[in-house]
Write a protein that binds this ligand. Structure first.
Ligand code: C2O
Ligand code: CU
Ligand code: CU
Length: 501
C-alpha cells in the first residue's frame, strides 16, 4: 500500500477531547529534567559544519519503568540538539531507517526551497523499492524532490542567533510523525548574542514542552483511522481540534524537576505539542520582581526586554525567558504551571532552588538591533482566512476556503519586497510562515499585544480576531509553505504555498 495516503483520511481522528492514558501515571516532579545531547559534527571544514542523523525506531523509557516505542532522530525524543553559528553553513545528512517516508524541515531557518523540507520532498526509507512511495508523492506533486535512503539538507543560516527546531513535515502525516518523536532543537548562536551578559552554561535551559497519552502497553496513543498509526477503537470520524494528551513532557520527561542555584536562568521554551496551547506562570511567583523577563521571540533576541506575569505559548512558538531564582529563598520549590490546564495538564515541571551562588549575569536594557519594518514600506497587502470547512467530504481545515494542494500558489511576493499579510480565523490557529521572519503589526485592530514583540515566525490567531503581520520576503526564490501549526489542522488541509519570484 502507498505510504503517502489519500488526503485527509488517515491522520483524521477523534474529537479534540483530551486522550486518557491507560496506565498509572507517575507522581509529578520525580524525574530529573533531561537536557537533549548536543550533536557533535562529523566534520568541520572551511565553509561548513557537517552532521549525520539516523532516523530510527527505538524504545524509550518516558514514564519510569514503562517501555515506549518511538520514532527518533538518533533514536531519541527529543532528537539531539544542533548548535550552529549564524552565517556558517550547516549540512545535515539525514538517513531514513524508519518504515515510512520522512521530510525534515528546519523551523525558523532561512533556507533555500530545495532544503526547506517541502511536504512532498520525501526521503524514502533506506532499501525501499524506488516507486513504492515516491510515485504517490509525484502524483500529488510533479515537482517533488524524492531521495532514496538519505539526503543532505544544506542550511546557509544567514540569520541572527535564535532557537530553531527541526521536525518531520510529510504531507498529511506531520502530526503522527512528530507525536512519535521526530522533533529536535537547532540553536543558532552569534557574536552579538555571545557579547551579552546573559545566563549561560548550565544556567541556560532548553525546555521542549509536549503532551502525550499512553496506551496500556506503554505505546503512544494517537487516534487515527489508519491502523498503521496506532488507531483507537471506535474513532472513525475526522479530527476536529487536534490531539491532546494528559501527560506533560519537558525534554521528553514527564513533569520533571530541575535543581537550580538561586541565580538568573535563561529558559528557552519551545511548545512542540501537536495542538495544545499553554499559559505559563510560576507558582509561587517571586516575592519581588517580574515572573518572566522575555528577552527573545521565535527568531531571536528582542530589541529590549519585556516583563510578563505569565506567557501564553501556542504550538511552534518559542519564548526566550529569564527567571531570577535569586528572588526566592533557598529551599523553595517553584512550579512552572499551565494556567490553561486542568488536572494533570495544569503543571509542567518544577524548579528546586537548592543553593546560593554568585551571579554576574544581567539583562541589558538593549539586547539586539532589529531592522525596523514600517507599514509604509509594504508594496502589497494580502488577506487570508483560516477556517474549518468541508475537505474531501469530511470536516477539515482550509485557508481562504481551500485545502492544501502542492500545485496551487496563493501568493507570489517579489524577492526583497515587504508585504503585509492580514489573517482572520474562526478559532485559535498558530500560523507559521516558512523562509521569513515577520513582525506583528496589529492585533484586533489595535497595537500588537504584549506577547507579539520581536521577530516571529509563528503567530497565534484568536477566534474572530484579525492580525496583520509584515515581512520582507528575501533570501531565496522558490516555493515555500505557510500553514497552521496545529499539526492536525495542518495535516487536514490548513496549509498553502507562496512563491518568491
Ligand atoms: Cu514547524 Cu512548516 O513547520
Ligand atoms: Cu517552518
Ligand atoms: Cu489551526
Amino acid at each position: 500500500a502507498g505510504l503517502v495516503a489519500p488526503r485527509w483520511f488517515r491522520t483524521a481522528a477523534a474529537t479534540g477531547e483530551q486522550l486518557t492514558s491507560e496506565l498509572p501515571l507517575p507522581a509529578p516532579f520525580g524525574v530529573p529534567l533531561p537536557i537533549p545531547a548536543v550533536l557533535a559534527p562529523v566534520a568541520r571544514d572551511a565553509d561548513a559544519d557537517r552532521y549525520e542523523i539516523v532516523q530510527r525506531q527505538a524504545v524509550a523509557e518516558i514514564l519510569p519503568g514503562v517501555q515506549t516505542p518511538i520514532w527518533g532522530y538518533e533514536g531519541t525524543f527529543p532528537g539531539p540538539t544542533i548548535e550552529s553559528r549564524g552565517g556558517r553553513t550547516t549540512i545535515v545528512k539525514h538517513h531514513n531507517e524508519l518504515p515510512v517516508p520522512t521530510v525534515v524541515h528546519l523551523h525558523g531557518g532561512h533556507t533555500p526551497p530545495e532544503h526547506d523540507g517541502y511536504a512532498t520532498d520525501l526521503v524514502l526509507p533506506a532499501g525501499s523499492a524506488p516507486h513504492a512511495h515516491g510515485g504517490h508523492a509525484l502524483m500529488h506533486d510533479p515537482a517533488a524532490l524524492i531521495s532514496h535512503g538519505s539526503r543532505d539538507y544544506v542550511y546557509p543560516l544567514r540569520q541572527k542567533a535564535a532557537m530553531l527546531w527541526y521536525h518531520d513535515h510529510r504531507m498529511d502525516f506531520t502530526g503522527p510523525a512528530v507525536y512519535r518523536g521526530l522533533a529536535g532543537l537547532h540553536l543558532v548562536r552569534d557574536d552579538e548574542e555571545d557579547a551579552l551578559p546573559l545566563p549561560r552554561g548550565e544556567r541556560e535551559l532548553p525546555l521542549v514542552i509536549t503532551d502525550r497519552a499512553f496506551a496500556a502497553d506503554g505505546s503512544l496513543r494517537y487516534p487515527s483511522i489508519d491502523p498503521s498509526l496506532t488507531s483507537v477503537p471506535g474513532v472513525e470520524e475526522p479530527y476536529v481540534e487536534g490531539v491532546f494528551g494528559d501527560v506533560i513532557l519537558v525534554n521528553g520527561a514527564p513533569w520533571p524537576v530541575a535543581e537550580v542555584s538561586a541565580t538568573r536562568h535563561r529558559l528557552r521554551v519551545l511548545n512542540a505539542s501537536n495542538a495544545r496551547r499553554y499559559d505559563l506562570a510560576l507558582d509561587p511567583p517571586p516575592p519581588a520582581g517580574p515572573v518572566f523577563t522575555q528577552i527573545g521571540a521565535d527568531q531571536g533576541l528582542l530589541d529590549a526586554p519585556r516583563a510578563h506575569e505569565h506567557v501564553p505559548i501556542a504550538p511552534a512558538e518559542r519564548y526566550d525567558l529569564v527567571v531570577d531564582f535569586g528572588a526566592y529563598p533557598v529551599g523553595t520549590e517553584v512550579t512552572l504551571v499551565n494556567r490553561l490546564g486542568t488536572g494533570t495538564t495544569a503543571s509542567v515541571m518544577r524548579f528546586r532552588v537548592t543553593r546560593r551562588a554568585t551571579d554576574d549575569s544581567h539583562i541589558p536594557a538593549r539586547l539586539a538591533e532589529i531592522e525596523p519594518l514600517d507599514r509604509a514600506q509594504a508594496t502589497v497587502t494580502r488577506d487570508f482566512s483560516f477556517r474549518g470547512g468541508m475537505v474531501g467530504g469530511r470536516h477539515g481545515w482550509t485557508i481562504s476556503g481551500e485545502p492544501y494542494s502542492p500545485s496551487r500558489i496563493d501568493a507570489r511576493p517579489r524577492l526583497g519586497d515587504v508585504e503585509i499579510w492580514r489573517f482572520v480565523a474562526d478559532l485559535h490557529h498558530p500560523i507559521h510562515l516558512h523562509l521569513v521572519d515577520f513582525r506583528v503589526l496589529s492585533r484586533g485592530g489595535q497595537a500588537p499585544g504584549p506577547y507579539d514583540a520581536g521577530r516571529k515566525d509563528t503567530v497565534d490567531l484568536r477566534p474572530g480576531e484579525a492580525v496583520e503581520v509584515i515581512a520582507k520576503f528575501d533570501g531565496y526564490r522558490g516555493r515555500f509553505m505557510f500553514h497552521c501549526h496545529n499539526a492536525e489542522h495542518e495535516d487536514m488541509g490548513m496549509m498553502a504555498n507562496f512563491e518568491t519570484v
